[in-house]
Design a protein. Structure first.
Length: 106
């Protein structure tokens, strides 16, 4: 029995000089992901050490919801837009949280 929500982690390496355009396009595409059945939220991050590297993090109700989303028209649109900017195919994996510790506030 699954107790934690799966987190999809995608690493996207963008072509040189395309970073800013990619940021704009990605920001416009995130609502398509957030509207997917089973999606609990999506966030995009840019690496400080590797500015051409981005990470997309999506919380899903289940891995099955993510797999079902992959066959939608929204994903086809996302892939067609993002495909213009990527150096290679995004690396993705699913993570399950095993522990968390909250920092205490003064």
């Amino acid at each position: 029995m699954q107790t934690a929500l799966p987190l999809e982690l995608a690493q996207i390496d963008v072509l040189p000089s395309m970073e800013e355009a990619f940021c704009r396009e990605l920001s416009e595409l995130l609502p398509l992901i957030a509207a997917a059945e089973g999606c609990h939220g999506v966030a995009a991050y840019r690496s400080v050490e590797h500015p051409r590297r981005f990470r997309l993090m999506v919380n899903w109700s289940s891995i099955e919801d993510h797999i079902a989303f992959r066959s939608t028209e929204a994903v086809q649109r996302i892939r067609s837009v993002i495909g213009r900017y990527v150096q290679s195919r995004a690396e993705t994996e699913h993570l399950l949280q095993i522990a968390t510790v909250r920092a205490s506030q003064p």
